[in-house]
Design a protein around this ligand. Structure first.
Ligand code: ZN
Length: 198
């Protein structure tokens, strides 16, 4: 990397800090950016800065949004009495892409992992329980089928059971350790339709 000037090195370094970007891709991206028209580079950098400063958590479901309440929670045509619990906003997007789920979501932002020292209070569980004080017919737990996802699902179902609200778990057509966002829509739909009561 000593072949490049300091500023190119810095750009490559910053880019290679992003997930999934190795040093080769970072160099490729850096030179691509350097060859872009100046106004396109400005658009890109302002998109990054604006997203970072304006995106926050939805007050209802805690997904990432640039409004106080996200468009899904705002939508009165959706069934607000069915809440699907997912680990992150990317999982929510995966289910949204199927266009078949008419309920709303709750984004935990993580999963319980004793190994990593992530406990129930480190994810948005308390907020979920608060939401359940309103009228809710069903909570669908759609955490990943990894060890952490299963641990979280079990923990949540135990927590909700005493309230009498129906708790279901998506079917495990989803491979173990499978990340929801990489699973195709048909598999996701099947998992949703084949959900079982806990
Ligand atoms: Zn929301």
């Amino acid at each position: 990397m000593e072949y490049y000037s300091n500023q190119i090195n810095r750009l490559v370094e910053e880019l290679s800090g992003l997930p999934g970007i190795g040093s080769k891709s970072a160099q490729r991206l850096a030179f691509h950016i350097l060859n872009m028209p100046k106004e396109n580079v400005e658009k890109l950098s302002s998109a990054i800065i604006n997203a970072r400063s304006n995106v926050r958590y939805c007050k209802e479901c805690f997904t990432l949004t640039d409004e106080e309440i996200c468009p899904i929670c705002k939508n009165t045509n959706r069934n607000h009495k069915v809440i699907m619990v997912v680990e992150n906003t990317r999982d929510l997007a995966a289910y949204e892409k199927t266009q078949k789920f008419e309920g709303v979501y709750h984004v935990l932002h993580g999963a319980i992992s004793p190994m990593l020292g992530i406990g129930p209070s480190d994810i948005r569980l308390k907020e979920l329980m608060q939401r359940l004080q309103q009228e809710v017919d069903e909570v669908i737990i759609a955490t990943n089928s990894s060890l952490e996802g299963e641990t979280t699902a079990m923990y949540i179902s135990k927590l909700i059971k005493p309230t009498g609200i129906k708790v279901t778990r998506i079917a495990s057509g989803v491979p173990v350790g499978g990340d929801l966002e990489y699973i195709d829509e048909v598999t996701l739909l099947r998992a949703l339709e084949g959900r079982t009561e806990l």
